[in-house]
Write a protein that binds this ligand. Structure first.
Ligand SMILES: C[S@@+](CC[C@H](N)C(=O)[O-])C[C@H]1O[C@@H](n2cnc3c(N)ncnc32)[C@H](O)[C@@H]1O
Length: 289
């Protein structure tokens, strides 16, 4: 590792007959023993997942960030997100009338709400546990410079390589399973396999846009039933949408629980689901539903 290098270690929990070990708790001291310096413990939250029957349903994983030295890279500008009160101005003092926050937005914080890559996600391949590209992109953009090398020793469907390539970084990786390795290669080449099948809808749509082919005439590996559509028909939901939906949902669940405890009637449901039109207008690049 170079003195500017970082390591991101994304882990869930190991579950064995009902007992649960949060793996980052075990990995943290191992990384410290290598003289690496801890910077963040990022919590990746998801709304959906398996429902626990004898314990609380797991809805987060963690990403440990360690650096080799204090000379690490951290570029905030490419990953800023909108402030809650983006245009607030100082009303007194020498900065009166000036914006009180960074005009480019704020630090996204250490709670991330990228939707996991499951059904209906444009990036989904046959790999069972892919990272969302946006999650990887936040890491790559903030902790590497263009032209740097990104290493992923467990490539799976090749998300890290795809993002590194798209963000102008070099990449190196390893993947044990030849079928997943083939998916990595297809995602990177942007071409269909020998049977004319794309690894995911995203690669198919990119190919359709690049070559002027009708998306509906193409096929991808996780396709069920209907013909693929091109991207203009996709609903784009950025992280902001998922966070808002999650916050509203949690707030609603708490209000229902409080009402139950007090014997009050529950508030009516108010799930946040923007219309397709609203979703298309949301400003950040993001995920698809
Ligand atoms: C959780 S998946 C990674 C998914 C990946 N981040 C993505 O977005 O597609 C882990 C992958 O590591 C691979 N793997 C496990 N042990 C490995 C090893 N010793 N060397 C290389 N790959 C390995 C598995 O086959 C699996 O595809």
């Amino acid at each position: 590792m170079s003195k500017k290098a970082s390591i991101f270690w994304q882990v869930g929990a190991y579950s064995n007959r009902g007992a649960l070990i949060p793996l980052d708790v075990r990995f943290f001291p191992l990384l410290e023993d290598l003289d690496l310096i801890p910077r963040n413990r990022i919590v990746w939250v998801r709304q959906h997942g398996l429902h626990g029957r004898r314990k609380f349903s797991a809805r987060h994983e963690t990403i440990l960030w360690f650096t080799k030295t204090d000379e690490y890279v951290f570029n905030l500008d490419p990953i800023r997100v909108p402030q809650k009160f983006q245009n607030k101005k100082a009303w007194k003092g020498s900065n009166k009338g000036q914006l009180t926050c960074h005009p480019g937005g704020k630090n996204p914080g250490d709670i991330w709400l990228f939707r996991n890559v499951k059904h209906n996600h444009e990036e989904q391949t046959v790999h069972p546990c892919q990272f969302p590209e946006d999650l990887v992109s936040r890491i790559v953009l903030s902790t590497t410079e263009p032209g740097d090398v990104v290493l992923d020793p467990y490539m799976g469907a090749g998300t890290v390589a795809v993002v590194a390539r798209d963000e102008g970084r070099h990449f190196v990786g390893a993947e044990l399973d030849p079928d997943y390795h083939a998916i990595c290669q297809q995602r990177l080449s942007g071409e269909p396999d020998e049977n004319g099948v794309f690894p995911n809808l995203k690669t198919l749509r990119d190919y359709a846009a690049r070559t002027g082919t009708q998306a509906s005439t193409l096929q991808f590996a996780k396709q069920v039933g209907r013909a693929p559509t091109d991207r203009s028909k996709a609903r784009i939901y950025p992280e902001k949408h998922h966070r808002q939906q999650m916050e509203e949902r949690l707030e609603y669940e708490e209000e229902c629980f409080a009402a139950d405890r007090r014997g009050d009637s529950r508030p009516s449901s108010r799930d946040f689901v923007p219309s397709t039109h609203e979703a298309r207008l949301l400003p950040l690049p993001g995920l698809t539903d």
